[in-house]
Structures are given as structure tokens and as C-alpha cells.
Design a protein around this ligand. Structure first.
Ligand code: PLP
Length: 443
């Protein structure tokens, strides 16, 4: 038996109950027993029974420091006292009135206070649906149908916003171009066929694994306005997480529409579309003849999510949890990079705010600023060839009580302490050492 199998066998042996439930899951869920593509993992991700703060525990009693944090929704950690209280109180009063209620208004007002561009707000059950409505409203507003997007930017899985690599999607009206290419952007927009340009805030994938250049981004509003295209900034990940006013408040830009999700719901499922009043006019019954848009959705702004959202927004409004989480991420990046150097592993931890990405491969340059990507060719940062190594790293990390996203993305809460981070760095060091012994970094 080689060492790779030994590590996997040990992982499975210490997760007997998870293993049994995974077998059951495979018979009901089509994606290797997983309910999200990011949770597909060989042999399996652990089956979690409960969570608290930045920890979660599996069926077999294994404890993890959590860097998945609800796919980024839990900047405030699991089960924050204020959110638990708000949800418990609301459950007792009823979870779905199918009527107007005051929490939905209060929640919207809180978001409005944080995001000055949010003249009007619409709520949805998730970010995916907020993006779908952004497409619809942009089409009605401009009278055009085409959508312009950037390569690798993720906006959910709806037909026109899914990855072009997916099968079964209809993307006849979609053009995808490289990010940071001003000439190409202007060339496409000048055709005046596009209703909307979609951009992930920060850059492609979870706040900017492949970052957008700030100078490029700052030119987007001028150029989209010039050619009559609306700009939708997808802040589903970064909204409220990077700052109360989102990534746009840090960069100093104002999109026409912004989509939100994750953090705004305090851990319950939520999405929102915010922007200029005039773009939302077609929602008014009989307001704009021939340009009516209907907004249905059983779960829109349901009282339970609104209660959790209000509690979360009140905590996030000060901006302090965001600063604390970003400080932890910064410490982790610096120490993680020291570890890679010590071990002679080519790669880097990088990223802005409270999300850290690991790149493994040849490094073009190191600067003292580890928020910057370590290579000039940004395509390399999301190279699928790195996935087997990240999967192996994830196995070793989970075995050592660290849970992250796809082996390479660490999402921080304001609750991670220095002790948690040092524990994680120890686990990482040990995991990398094992992988060196396995020859995992040889190409
Ligand atoms: C940038 C971005 N936009 C949209 C979505 C879709 O949001 P949801 O999963 O809430 O539908 C995601 C999900 O991860 C995302 O990362």
C-alpha cells in the first residue's frame, strides 16, 4: 500500500459514520452524493452535525476550524447570539406570512444605509436569482437583449450566467471576453447591442481569485454609459464582507445595478438587487406601458430571513467585523507564505480583504504586498491542472481539523483568533510536509 492510500484510508477510518451516510447520499444525490459542485470530493467531505463560532463537528466527533463559513455567508461565524435570538423570536411569531411585514422594510433600510447606491431594493431567495432579475431589468431598460461577461467570472448557474463549459445552457445572447482588456471591452460595447455588462466584484471567483485591475474597473462606468449598456456589479460574495458599502466603496465606483447575497442574510438564504430608481420603474404596476416586469417568489424577503438579515446588518454596519476578519486573513497570508518558502514549495497565498487564495506553481515575482497575485499571467491562478494537488491538500487538512473550500480558498470570520490561525498554520505545515514526502509537488 502506498502512502497516498494510507492517508486516505486513515481519513475514512476516522469517519466511519460519515462514510456510511455518504453511501446513502450517493443513492439519492446525482453528483457523487454532494448537493453543490464545490462539495464533491473523493472520498467525501465530512457530514456535519453542528457548528459554533468558527468550529464545526462531524458525525464521528471530529472537530474542524471552518474556512468555508457557509460559502462566505458567515462573516459573523456560526450561530451568532444576536442572529439566533432574532430567528428564534421570529419562528415563534411565524415564518411565512405571505403578506407585507415590517422586518422586510427594516432590513432593506439597513442595506440602504450601508450602500448609498441602493435607491431601490428587491429581495430574492439567493444571489443567483438576483442576477437573473438584473438581466431582465437591463433588457427592459435598454431595449437590447445581449449580455457581456468576463471569462471565469461566476454569477450562479442560470442559463445565461452559467459557465460556458456547462452543457444544456442557452447562451445565444451572451459574449464572454477576457477581463482587464479595455480595447476588447470597448470594441464589444461600441456595437451597442448589449443590455448589460456583468462583473464579479474584486475579480473572477469569490472576490477576486483572478483580480480585476483597479484602473480598468474605474473606466467601466464611463465606457458602459457611453454606449448605453447597464453595468451590474455582482457583490454576492463581497457585499458587506469587504466593507459595509461593498467592494465598490473601497474602489470608489458606482455601478448601475449591484447584486448581493450571502452575508446580507446572516446565514439564511438571501439575495438582493439594488440600484438606481429609474431602472426599477417596470416593476410599478401599470407604470410603464409595455414594459411591465413581474416579480414573484414565495420566499422573497420571508420574515425569518429578514429577521436574521436585520441582526446581521446591525452587526456589520460598523465595519469592525470586516476589519478584524481582514486582519486575520492578512496574518494568515504572511505566515502561510513564510511556510511555503521554508519548505521550498513554489506558490503563494494572496488575496484582498477576508478571503485568501492559494496558488501553487511557478512564481514570477514576489513583492512585499501579498495581496497581489504572484504571477503576471492571471489565467494561471485558476489553472484546473492545480486541482488534483488542492484535492490532496484538502484531504490532509481535513484530517488535521481544517476545513476550507476546494483545498485552496480560506474564508475568514471576525471570530478566528490568533490561536486558531496558528493551529491552522501548524496543520498546513504538517499537511505540506506529508505532501512533499508523497512527491505531490513534482510535475
Ligand atoms: C459572485 C457570485 N455570484 C452569484 C452567486 C450565486 O449566489 P447563490 O449561491 O446565493 O445563488 C455566487 C455563489 O457563490 C457567487 O459567488
Amino acid at each position: 500500500m502506498n502512502q497516498k492510500d494510507a492517508a486516505k484510508d486513515k481519513y475514512v477510518a476516522q469517519r466511519r459514520l460519515s462514510s456510511q451516510w455518504h453511501e446513502r447520499a450517493k443513492t439519492v444525490f446525482p453528483s457523487e452524493g454532494a448537493t453543490h459542485f464545490a462539495r464533491i470530493f473523493n472520498p467525501f467531505r465530512p457530514y456535519i452535525t453542528h457548528a459554533s463560532g468558527i468550529n464545526k463537528w462531524d458525525l464521528d466527533g471530529n472537530k474542524y476550524i471552518d474556512y468555508v463559513l457557509g460559502h462566505g455567508a458567515l462573516l459573523l461565524g456560526h450561530n451568532h447570539k444576536d442572529i439566533v435570538e432574532a430567528v428564534q423570536e421570529q419562528v415563534a411569531r411565524g415564518v411565512l406570512y405571505g403578506e407585507n411585514h415590517t422586518p422586510e422594510v427594516e432590513w432593506a433600510e439597513l442595506i440602504q444605509e450601508m450602500m448609498p447606491g441602493a435607491e431601490k431594493i428587491m429581495f430574492f431567495p439567493c444571489g443567483n436569482e438576483a442576477n437573473m432579475m438584473a438581466v431582465r431589468l437591463a433588457r427592459v431598460h435598454t431595449g437590447r437583449s445581449k449580455i457581456l461577461r468576463f471569462e471565469k467570472h461566476y454569477h450562479g448557474w442560470s442559463d445565461e450566467l452559467a459557465s460556458p463549459a456547462e452543457t444544456g445552457v442557452n447562451q445565444d445572447q451572451v459574449t464572454i471576453i477576457p477581463q482587464n482588456d479595455l480595447g476588447r471591452l470597448e470594441e464589444e460595447l461600441s456595437s451597442k447591442q448589449y443590455a448589460v455588462l456583468f462583473t464579479e466584484a474584486g475579480g473572477a471567483f469569490l472576490g477576486g481569485r483572478t483580480p480585476l485591475e483597479p484602473d480598468f474597473v474605474k473606466l467601466i462606468p464611463t465606457i458602459t454609459r457611453k454606449y448605453g449598456t447597464l453595468w451590474t456589479l455582482d457583490e454576492v460574495v463581497t457585499g458587506l464582507r469587504f466593507a459595509p458599502g461593498g467592494w465598490q466603496s473601497i474602489v470608489g465606483i458606482k455601478p448601475d445595478l449591484t447584486t448581493l447575497g450571502k452575508c446580507i442574510g446572516g446565514g439564511l438564504s438571501a439575495g438582493a438587487l439594488v440600484g438606481r430608481t429609474e431602472i426599477f420603474e417596470p416593476l410599478k404596476p401599470g407604470g410603464v406601458s409595455g414594459r411591465q416586469v413581474m416579480h414573484g417568489g414565495t420566499w422573497n424577503a420571508n420574515p425569518l430571513t429578514a429577521a436574521a438579515g436585520i441582526a446581521a446588518c446591525k452587526l456589520l454596519k460598523s465595519g469592525e467585523p470586516q476589519i478584524k476578519a481582514a486582519e486575520s486573513a492578512s496574518y494568515f497570508r504572511q505566515e502561510g507564505n513564510k511556510l511555503l518558502k521554508e519548505k521550498g514549495i513554489s506558490g503563494a497565498f494572496y488575496g484582498k480583504s477576508s478571503i485568501v487564495y492559494l496558488y501553487l506553481g511557478p512564481v514570477d515575482y514576489f513583492t512585499s504586498d501579498d495581496t497581489l497575485p504572484p504571477v503576471k499571467d492571471l489565467d494561471k491562478l485558476a489553472d484546473p491542472a492545480m486541482m488534483p494537488v488542492f484535492n490532496r491538500l484538502l484531504l490532509h487538512l481535513l484530517q488535521r481539523g481544517v476545513s476550507n473550500l476546494i483545498g485552496s480558498i480560506y474564508i475568514f470570520s471576525y471570530l478566528h483568533t490568533k490561536k486558531d490561525l496558528d493551529h491552522t498554520l501548524c496543520a498546513l505545515s504538517d499537511a505540506l510536509q506529508n505532501m512533499l514526502a508523497e512527491g505531490a509537488f513534482k510535475s
